[in-house]
Design a protein. Structure first.
Length: 610
């Protein structure tokens, strides 16, 4: 959500800024803009809509200069208009700001500035920042930014330039990520290291309440008192790994990422399964043996797709580790004060590592003295650095807004964590070895599940004009039903709901008619017969039934209108293989309906505002 890229150096800035913004498109946005500088002149270009619209503006009005800042905005305060797009300028046009985050006290600050005669030209909370900086500016941009952020309540990642200080960039961070990039041709400031791939060799992450100042050859980080702070300088490869932002032969990133899942699942397990001790090992948990054995409860916190992975984890921890577990929406947990004993571990689950609600919930758990862990896909992200320990997914970059490979990788890591905790409690070596064998076979099972694609495409063509859809499953497959419904909503804009199959008759069955298909997740398992009865209830009321079932299941084929088969795996791994046809179904329906699959309307990949 929102993206920042800044540059100061010995090359034209505008092409670098535009390229960086393209790499950040996956985060979600509805307007874009940049400002560059030559001598003591600033050149502002911004436009609502996609980056292509900003490109057209630049085609007619180039923005010269070797320093500048740029931004993709996801609207919070004020609609997606040219006026609300970033950067924002001070009244005299001498200072420009781009901003990620939300300023909670902006109305109070705005009224004060208006009383002083300042005229506002946008509806944004960001515009108060640039006017405050201009108010405090006395020839030192760093000091003016420092005085301004003292007044701000909320979250911010800022990049600031002034025509009075050519080649200087100032950044500030609280709750919204910023990273400095160091390259041969200059220095960079970005909200995400992926924007710097191919430009910077080294990166340095800012922490909360830090301010930085960059020029073409130097950079410095300071704390609130403006004392110099030393932060580790890392190779950018440490954070990006084998970064590949190209779609290759795939028409969309989402489809590419769906097909990357066998490798993503294998990468999540690589080096972590211990045949000798029949358990899993994690290098970054940072738990002592005493903490591990003293854990009596797991509270997982997450948002969106990661929340659904957490629901799978709840079943896993309870079955494999015999640990009480529950999942809380991070947006709710951060404002609650639930009773949690000292032996509770709080586990944050996130793809981006920057989700504002999840980060705030994690910080609150730490403040209360709980051991905090994170499952995250992004190395060096805020949540990864805030947690006491954690596990990286190693799924590789996920560019499509609708998460696919991150979800299945999260479920895989949660299964290994449940094995890890279980082996310290009741799981025998034989049971542990069986789970390891199951996990080793999982990438091939996911690969086999992908063979359903042609069949799923047929079903998308049949049901693509639907207006509503129900997703139903039980036990481990209830979270998978929620996730399947979310995927359909996210990218095809079809209303869909996921339910435990038995709960369907307590309300949702009223929606059933001949135009509302129900997708049942019914591979063989402990509640197979119960789900079959639920399926019959839908059939009796004339509702079309699509069943995702085990290969060769004649009993399901006799009842369902349409069948998609997946390989047989143990019940605790069924959410992973059953997610594959659901992801493909959402994808094909979205393509059929002409939707923007990788950048669905109103959504953002990394939700960095509350």
């Amino acid at each position: 959500m929102c993206g920042i890229i800044g540059f100061t150096g010995r090359r034209e800035a505008a092409p670098i800024l535009m390229d960086g913004l393209k790499r950040l498109e996956y985060r979600g946005y509805d307007s874009a803009g940049l400002i560059t500088g030559t001598g003591n002149s600033l050149h502002l270009r911004k436009k609502a809509g996609r980056l292509a619209e900003l490109g057209k503006v630049l085609g007619g009005q180039p923005a010269p200069g070797t320093f500048g800042i740029s931004h993709t905005r996801w609207a919070t305060h004020g609609g997606a208009t040219d006026a609300n797009a970033h950067p924002h300028l001070s009244a005299d046009g001498s200072i420009a700001v781009v901003h990620n985050g939300v300023i909670e006290n902006y109305q109070q600050l705005k009224h004060q500035l208006q009383a002083d005669g300042v005229t506002f030209h946008s509806e944004t909370d960001t515009e108060v920042i640039v006017h405050l900086i201009a108010h405090y500016y006395q020839g030192d941009l760093l000091h003016a930014v420092r005085q301004t952020v003292e007044l701000l309540k909320g979250t911010y990642g800022l990049a600031v330039v002034s025509k009075h200080e050519p080649d200087v960039l100032v950044g500030a961070r609280l709750g919204s990520p910023l990273v400095i990039g160091i390259g041969d041709d200059g220095t960079y400031l970005a909200s995400d290291a992926t924007a710097l791939a191919g430009y910077a060799d080294k990166v340095v992450y800012l922490n909360d309440r830090q301010i930085c100042q960059l020029d073409p050859d130097n950079w410095v980080i300071r704390n609130q008192d403006l004392d110099t702070v030393d932060e580790p300088v890392r190779d950018i490869a440490h954070y990006l790994g084998d970064y590949d932002a190209e779609k290759g032969d795939y028409p969309h990133y989402m489809l590419k990422e769906i097909y990357e899942q066998p490798d993503a699942v294998a990468n999540a397990m690589r080096g972590r399964l211990d045949q000798g001790d029949c358990t899993a090992h994690f290098g970054g948990l940072n738990l002592t043996s005493q903490q591990l054995r003293g854990t009596e409860r797991i509270v997982m916190t997450a948002c969106g797709t990661s929340y659904h992975a957490g629901l799978v984890g709840e079943y896993l921890f309870e079955e494999l580790a015999r640990l009480p577990a529950e999942v809380e929406y991070a947006s709710e947990l951060r404002y609650r004060n639930p009773p949690m004993s000292r032996d509770t571990v709080v586990l944050a689950i996130t793809q981006s590592g920057e989700t504002a609600d999840t980060l705030a919930a994690l910080k609150e758990a730490k403040r209360m003295g709980h051991t905090s862990l994170a499952i995250c896909n992004t190395v060096g992200s805020s949540i990864a650095r805030e947690a006491c320990g954690g596990v990286y997914l190693h799924a590789g970059p996920e560019i499509g807004v609708a998460s696919t490979k991150a979800f299945t990788s999260q479920c895989t890591v949660l299964a290994m964590l449940a094995l890890y905790f279980g082996r310290t409690r009741h799981l025998s070596a034989v049971q542990g070895q069986k789970i390891i064998d199951d996990l080793h076979a999982l990438p091939d099972a996911v690969r086999a599940a992908l063979r359903c694609h042609d069949r799923v495409k047929e079903l998308a063509n049949r049901y693509g004009d639907m207006h509503n859809c129900l997703y139903l499953g039980r036990q481990y497959l209830y979270p998978a039903a929620l996730e399947g419904a979310l995927k359909l909503k996210e990218i095809s804009y079809v209303h869909a709901e996921g339910y435990p199959a038995a709960e369907m008759k307590h309300g949702p069955i009223a929606l059933v008619d001949q135009d509302t298909p129900s997708v049942f997740l019914v591979p063989r398992g402990n509640v197979f017969d119960k789900v079959m009865s639920n399926m019959q209830e839908i059939k009796a009321r004339g509702g079309p039934v699509i069943a995702v079932c085990s290969e060769g299941d004649k009993e399901v084929e006799a009842v369902a209108d349409d069948v998609v088969t997946v390989p047989d795996v143990p019940e605790y791994l069924q959410p992973i293989v059953c997610s594959i046809p659901l992801q493909l179904f959402a994808y094909e329906v979205a393509v059929l309906r002409g939707c923007d699959v990788d950048k669905p309307r109103n959504l953002a990949k990394s939700v960095t505002v509350e």
